[in-house]
Structures are given as structure tokens and as C-alpha cells.
Design a protein around this ligand. Structure first.
Ligand SMILES: Nc1ncnc2c1ncn2[C@@H]1O[C@H](COP(=O)(O)OP(=O)(O)OP(=O)(O)O)[C@@H](O)[C@H]1O
Length: 319
């Protein structure tokens, strides 16, 4: 599958967004991340995908100034991760997998503590916090201790904390983990809204349906970059046809499987799903079905789910 698109080095953003060049991290003998190069625009929601241990957290830690790269560099909203640690922290927001809140403190105290730590002007930061508390359904719970919050409430408070300093680039690690469907929707809407305000969002998630909904482009990493490109193009690679026929769809599988180009055929919900390496074969599929006596109601080219593309990519890399 040739979906590895070389990053557009010449068109790298001058200031906003991300500009990552040859980023690498070694822990002793172990190389966690190797030669990462990509750009992300302001206003873009970008997915950083990869299996467990692929190096996503390490990458995010480097891009937020928490970990020094072994080699390479990156500019985050114009701030170098190797030289501008102090100013970098002011423009990035990071939601880690663990909310890391103080249970004995109230929501307000947790947020205030964070504001102090980052030397924020509370008269500016608190109204912003209040806005996001309301936005995420935590209005009125400011003075409750976090120890009594549900998992979802803690996650939402952690998201509020990520946003109080008005970051330009926001890194979100599994932001909807543990949230009920309604809360997950609120968070997804907020992510889209934050991007529409011109911020850059980097989303790390194993929830590929969510990535598909939110991200324009994704990078798939396993230590190094395996693929980089628009989700839409990735899903188009290796098309399939969704065919609806009268009667028992299963009965037509042998005829299709005997075609000279031997397509893989599945029956899903009474429909035929015919995988094609080449979309120019679609008329042959229809002719074969008609020849086998099928009454064909509809033939729709279907995009593959991102999950399928992603799993193929990892399998391909293993072989
Ligand atoms: N501080 C560290 N010291 C030594 N090795 C580390 C350290 N941090 C990460 N690693 C190693 O680097 C590799 C990448 O880990 P990382 O946490 O970045 O993966 P990940 O893609 O975020 O995984 P997951 O999806 O499970 O969160 C792993 O092999 C891990 O053991």
C-alpha cells in the first residue's frame, strides 16, 4: 500500500502549527522514536496513531518540552523544543492519559493550583476556566472535592485544566476515554470548535472511529513513521464495492470468487462486499453477477474503515 506521503518540507508553516524534523529519542540501547518528520497546520486536528509502545507518548512528551530529543528538532508554534522550553510551555496544552488531579482539593483549587504553577493571571484565567467548566457540564461543582468526582467528571476537569492558559497547540491523549456517549460527543464538539478557532490539535487515540470523525490527517507510527496522509485518501486505497442483490447474496459468492482477478468477497447484512485492488474491475463484478442470474439493486463504492487500513498497514510492516 503506497500511502506514505513525503512531508511537504518546502511548505512548512513559518510560525503556527507544528514543524517536526528528524525527531528521535533513545533510552539507553532502546530507540523509542526514530526520524519523525511531519507538519501540522494551525486549525488542523491531526491524529497520532500507533500500537502500544509505538512511541506516541514519547513523541508528545518531546513536543511539549517534557523530554529532550536525542536528535532532531521540532517547532511548536514557532518555539523550538530543544531551545525554547520556557516559552514553549506557554503555548502548549497537554491532556495526559491519567488526569493527575489532587483528590483532596476541590475543582476550583485544582485549577488554581495549576494557574499558580504556570504563573497565570487568575483574573484572566479563572473566567476562561469557568467558561469551560460550564461547557463540559461541571458548572456548580467547582467547590466539590475531586475525590468525589466520577471518572468522566475527572476527565472533563482535566480537559478544562488543559485549556485554562489558552494554548495554541493542544495534545490530547485518549480524551474521551471513560466518558459516556453524551460527554464524549461534548468533548468531540469542543475539539472541533478549538480547531476552528485556529488552534492545532494533536489527538492520540486507539479509538479509530473517533479519529476518523475528527482528524483530517493522521500519522501512523511504530517507532518510525509508517504512513502520513489525509484520512480520506488512506481510506480510498484498496476500495470495495457494496452490492445489494435480490434473494440470497451468499449464493453469488462462488461466481464472484471464480473471477480471473479473484476478489475477496464477504456477505455482510445480506449485502455483498467485494474487495477490489483496482476499481476499474467494478463493471466485471456487475457483469459476473448478472451472468449468474442476480437482480442487482445497487452497487456502491465503499471506503474502508480507518481501522482496516491501519491494521493492514501494521501487518504489512511486520512481513
Ligand atoms: N522513560 C523511559 N525509559 C525507558 N524506556 C522508555 C521510557 N519511556 C518510554 N520508553 C519506551 O519507549 C517505547 C515507546 O513508549 P511510549 O510510551 O512512547 O509508547 P506509546 O505509543 O505511547 O504506547 P501506549 O499506546 O501503550 O501508550 C516503549 O518501548 C517504552 O518502553
Amino acid at each position: 500500500m503506497s500511502i506514505l506521503v513525503p512531508p511537504p518540507l518546502a511548505e512548512a508553516p513559518a510560525k503556527g502549527g507544528l514543524r517536526v524534523r528528524g525527531l528521535a529519542k533513545r533510552f539507553g540501547e532502546r530507540t523509542a522514536v526514530e526520524d519523525l518528520t511531519f507538519d501540522v497546520r494551525p486549525g488542523e486536528v491531526f491524529g497520532l496513531l500507533g500500537p502500544n509502545g509505538a512511541g506516541k507518548t514519547t513523541t508528545v512528551r518531546m513536543l511539549t518540552g517534557l523530554l529532550r530529543p536525542s536528535s532532531g528538532d521540532a517547532e511548536v508554534w514557532g518555539h523550538s523544543v530543544t531551545h525554547d522550553g520556557e516559552s514553549l510551555r506557554k503555548v502548549v496544552g497537554l491532556l495526559t492519559e491519567q488526569p493527575g488531579l489532587y483528590d483532596r482539593l476541590t475543582a476550583r483549587e485544582n485549577l488554581r493550583f495549576f494557574m499558580k504553577l504556570h504563573e497565570m493571571d487568575e483574573s484572566v484565567a479563572w473566567p476562561r476556566a469557568k467558561h469551560y467548566l460550564e461547557r463540559f457540564g461541571l458548572g456548580g461543582r467547582e467547590d466539590d472535592p475531586c475525590g468525589g468526582f466520577s471518572k468522566g467528571m475527572r476527565q472533563k476537569l482535566a480537559i478544562v485544566r488543559t485549556l485554562v492558559h489558552d494554548p495554541r497547540v493542544i495534545f490530547l491523549d485518549e480524551p474521551t476515554s471513560g466518558l459516556d456517549p453524551e460527554s464524549a460527543r461534548t468533548v468531540r464538539d469542543a475539539v472541533a470548535e478549538l480547531a476552528s478557532e485556529g488552534r492545532t490539535i494533536v489527538l492520540c487515540s486507539h479509538n479509530l472511529a473517533e479519529v476518523e470523525r475528527l482528524c483530517e490527517r493522521v500519522a501512523v507510527v511504530r517507532r518510525r513513521l509508517l504512513a502520513l496522509g489525509p484520512v480520506r485518501e488512506m481510506r480510498r486505497a484498496g476500495q470495495s464495492l457494496d452490492v445489494r442483490v435480490d434473494g440470497n447474496a451468499e449464493a453469488f459468492v462462488p461466481a464472484l470468487a471464480a473471477l480471473p482477478f479473484r476478489p475477496n468477497v464477504l456477505v455482510e447484512g445480506g449485502r455483498l462486499r467485494v474487495m477490489l485492488a483496482d476499481e476499474a474491475r467494478a463493471p466485471d463484478v456487475v457483469a459476473c453477477l448478472v451472468g449468474a442470474g442476480a437482480r442487482v439493486h445497487s452497487v456502491v463504492p465503499a471506503q474502508r474503515p480507518l481501522e482496516e487500513v491501519y491494521l493492514d498497514l501494521l501487518r504489512e510492516e511486520e512481513t
